[in-house]
Design a protein around this ligand. Structure first.
Ligand code: DOR
Ligand code: ZN
Length: 348
């Protein structure tokens, strides 16, 4: 069979993205808007986005930061806290401001201190979210410090996610940025109310990348990359054609100085070449025919939205990931695999 050298698919969406704010937002947003029509924007700002008014103001700042002529729609989320107000969430959703609600177990990751400390504190709110058909997006890691960091996702499934789905059988849940074969198996076995996003980096690296030739802070994110068999299970899942898996980069920029530090922040800034990275994975798996479903169809279907009408074209002409991106104020941020060769290029 002749090698595929080009592919045109419906324009994709990024179902999990950190855009930050201010100068960082202005620096990183053009990369996402170049590739994606829409993105689910994470609410873990400081302070977190917990009200419809805050989300509306943030949406406006994102719109103001778009390059001229860009067509990109941010889909806003509400950060769930122990004392969340169900009316605020349900009304904000009805008003078209909130697309989804984000659950961070308190302390699980960056800016999650205001997250949920005990699921019992939000049962009433979850009841209302279920009733209103609002998707709950879950950072699926236990915060129990006694649990090994590489097992936190698997333990979260047993202790929190499985009981959650049992208690709320109608709740639409996205298990975000899954990293393990345990998660893949769980999603496959669950009903249609559960879906999962998969990042490009978790499809491309295993945990060795963190330590190759020395400590590599730019390969550190949460959930942390796992062993090779887990990466292979993720690759198998995304090319399987199962509609429960869709694209979510979890691109999470941090200033270079905050990454290359004694206590470096978690987050991989994959936005600059995200769609090219995913295309490479599907190509390597001999599954380019499944790429459009994963990148552009499964996500909208789960969220009850229409797929995008426009298309994008990628060609196997090669290219390279940009080097450090500068941010106003003298800060820089390093892309995932900065400066390294790409096999695919987004040409149109
Ligand atoms: O690596 C991560 N970075 N994981 C998260 O869950 C949050 C994100 C961030 O906001 O930096
Ligand atoms: Zn994230």
């Amino acid at each position: 069979m002749a090698e595929t050298t080009g592919i045109t698919i419906r324009r994709p969406d990024d179902w999990h993205l950190h855009l930050r704010d201010g100068d960082m937002l202005r620096a990183v947003l053009p990369f996402t808007a170049r590739q994606f029509a829409r993105a689910i924007v994470m609410p873990n700002l400081a302070p977190p986005v917990t009200t419809a008014a805050a989300a509306e103001a943030y949406r406006q700042r994102i719109a103001d930061a778009l390059p001229p002529g860009a067509s990109f729609t941010p889909l806003m989320t509400c950060y769930l806290t122990d004392d969340a107000d169900a009316d605020e969430i349900v009304d904000g959703h009805a008003a078209g401001i909130f697309t989804a609600v984000k659950l961070y177990p308190a302390g699980a990751t960056t800016n999650s201190a205001n997250g949920v400390t005990d699921m019992d504190n939000v049962l009433g709110v979850l009841e209302r979210i279920q009733e209103a058909g609002i998707p709950l997006l879950v950072h699926g890691e236990t915060t129990d410090p006694d649990v090994d960091i590489f097992h936190r996702e698997a333990v979260f499934i047993d202790r929190t996610l499985a009981p959650l789905l049992e208690r709320f059988p109608g709740l639409k849940v996205v298990f975000e940025h899954i990293t393990t074969s345990d998660a893949v198996d769980f999603v496959l076995a669950a009903g249609d109310t559960l879906a999962a996003t998969v990042t490009a980096h978790h499809l491309m690296i295993n945990r060795n990348a963190l330590f190759e030739g020395g400590l590599n802070p730019h390969m550190y994110c949460l959930p942390v990359a796992k062993r090779e068999p887990h990466r292979l299970a993720l690759r198998k899942a995304v090319v399987s054609g199962v509609a429960k898996f869709f694209l979510g980069t979890d691109s999470a920029p941090h200033a270079l100085s905050a990454k290359e530090a004694a206590c470096g922040c978690a987050g991989i800034f994959s936005a600059p070449s995200a769609v090219e990275h995913y295309a490479q994975v599907f190509d390597e798996e001999g599954a380019l025919d499944q790429f459009e479903a994963f990148a552009s169809l499964n996500g909208p279907m789960f969220y009850g939205l229409a797929a995008n009408d426009e298309t994008i074209t990628l060609k196997k002409t090669g290219g390279s990931v940009p080097g450090d991106v500068s941010v106003e104020g003298g800060v820089a941020v390093k892309p995932f695999l900065a400066g390294q060769p790409l096999t695919w290029a987004l040409v149109d």
